[in-house]
Structures are given as structure tokens and as C-alpha cells.
Design a protein around this ligand. Structure first.
Ligand SMILES: CC(C)(COP(=O)(O)OP(=O)(O)OC[C@H]1O[C@@H](n2cnc3c(N)ncnc32)[C@H](O)[C@@H]1OP(=O)(O)O)[C@@H](O)C(=O)NCCC(=O)NCCS
Length: 198
């Protein structure tokens, strides 16, 4: 009889996290108004894999974010709200992206972030992402964190660099953009040993 391989269920991360100016907590359904306010802005979603969200799109995104509390296997996410003085200023995501099966603990995580433009330029995204990177490497057995972005997304590229991520690759015209053109992708990476020695 074949033995069925199942991934170990990883414990939920210790949340909320507190940084100098932010609380990072899981996302709840009532965050929909705040998240919808910036995710319905085409300027904000210009380089995101989804268009400016209408009510239906927001409902789908909220369902995924609210469910993202305790990832264990590839494809699952941890989604966090970044809250400053009681106001949700942005959201972040860690997604396991290992290409092998689901029988091993995750080794690779992809980071993503979306912040409200009215709270930009104050270092909130950097502060929140640093805390998420630390959580990712302390709570999970990850070997590597990466981020993929449109190289024209300079604010996101600067954020990767502030996190100590290395610009590893620029792939050409590998992403079918919503406007019918092909976009390039920039890949940034951070290995556990680089994080540990920083
Ligand atoms: C990517 C994104 C989160 C970056 O936001 P941001 O406001 O530039 O990032 P931060 O909140 O970390 O702020 C950093 C800026 O504030 C400045 N700053 C001010 N006070 C600061 C502080 N205490 N600490 C760090 N930076 C500070 C920095 O100098 C930096 O400015 P610069 O990039 O002009 O040099 C934001 O542009 C966004 O949400 N974009 C839309 C969604 C998106 O494209 N997501 C990424 C998809 S891959």
C-alpha cells in the first residue's frame, strides 16, 4: 500500500508583531474598506498582478487575505495588515513558492506589499517588510526569500534594496501585461545566510 505523503502542518506565526511605529497583524474582513480604498486605485495596482479592484475583485482578494494566517505548503500565504496609530496603512504577503511537492517543509518564500499612497514616503513599507523578513526566517525553515517585480516599479525596487535583497535577474518580456504588451521582470533575492550575517 502506498504511503501518502503529507506536509507537516506548521504552527501559526506569533502575531501580532510590533515595530517602532507599526503593529503587524492578520487581516480581518472589516479591513476591506481600508484595503479597498487603495486597491481600487489604478496607480497603486499599475504593477500588481491584478487590476484596480471593483467590489467583486475586492471580495475575492479579501477572502484570500483573511484566510492567509498559517501557511504550511506551497501556494499558501501569510497576509499581514500594517497598522499605524490604529490606521491600516498597507498590507504584506509571504507566499511559499517551492517547486517540489507538498511533502517537505517550505524552503522558498516570495514577498509582496501594497501600501496606501497617502502613507507613502515615510518608511512604513520598509519597516513592515523588515519585520516580515525577520519573521519569515525565524519562524519558518526558509532558505530563500525573493520578490518579483516590474523593473519600472522603482519604489518597490528601492524597497527590496533597503531590505538587503540582491538584484539577481532581469528577465525579458516574460509577463503578459494587462495592456496587451509583454513586461520584463526583476528578481530580487535574500538567502538565509545573508539575512543572518546582516
Ligand atoms: C512599493 C511601495 C510599498 C513602496 O512604498 P514607499 O512609500 O516608497 O516605501 P516606504 O514606506 O518604505 O518609504 C520609503 C521612502 O520613504 C523615505 N523615508 C522617509 N522616512 C523614512 C524612514 N523613517 N525609514 C525609511 N524610509 C523613510 C525613504 O527615503 C523612501 O523614499 P525614496 O524611495 O524616495 O528613497 C509602494 O510604492 C506601493 O504600495 N506601490 C503600489 C503597490 C506595488 O507596486 N507593490 C509592489 C508590487 S511588486
Amino acid at each position: 500500500m502506498a504511503t501518502e505523503l503529507t506536509a507537516p502542518v506548521l504552527p501559526a506565526p506569533p502575531l501580532p508583531l510590533t515595530t517602532e511605529r507599526l503593529v503587524l497583524r492578520t487581516i480581518v474582513a472589516s479591513d476591506g474598506a481600508a484595503i479597498g480604498a487603495y486597491c481600487s486605485d489604478p496607480e497603486v495596482t499599475r504593477y500588481l498582478p491584478f487590476p484596480a479592484l471593483d467590489a467583486e475583485g475586492l471580495a475575492g482578494r479579501m477572502e484570500r487575505l483573511v484566510a492567509g494566517t498559517a501557511p504550511s505548503v506551497p501556494g499558501e500565504i501569510l497576509a499581514l495588515a500594517a497598522v499605524h496609530d490604529g490606521v491600516l496603512v498597507g498590507d504584506l504577503m509571504l507566499r511559499f513558492t517551492d517547486r517540489h511537492g507538498e511533502s517537505d517543509p517550505p524552503g522558498i518564500g516570495e514577498l509582496g506589499w501594497v501600501f496606501a499612497p497617502e502613507h507613502a514616503g515615510r518608511g512604513f513599507a520598509t519597516e513592515a517588510a523588515r519585520a516580515l523578513v525577520d519573521l519569515a526566517f525565524t519562524h519558518y525553515p526558509l532558505h530563500r526569500l525573493m520578490a518579483r517585480l516590474d523593473p519600472r516599479n522603482l519604489a518597490s525596487a528601492r524597497l527590496c534594496e533597503r531590505l538587503g535583497m540582491r538584484h539577481e535577474a532581469h528577465t525579458r518580456e516574460d509577463y503578459a501585461d494587462r495592456d496587451g504588451t509583454w513586461s520584463d521582470t526583476a528578481v530580487y533575492g535574500l538567502l538565509r545566510r545573508e539575512w543572518a550575517s546582516a
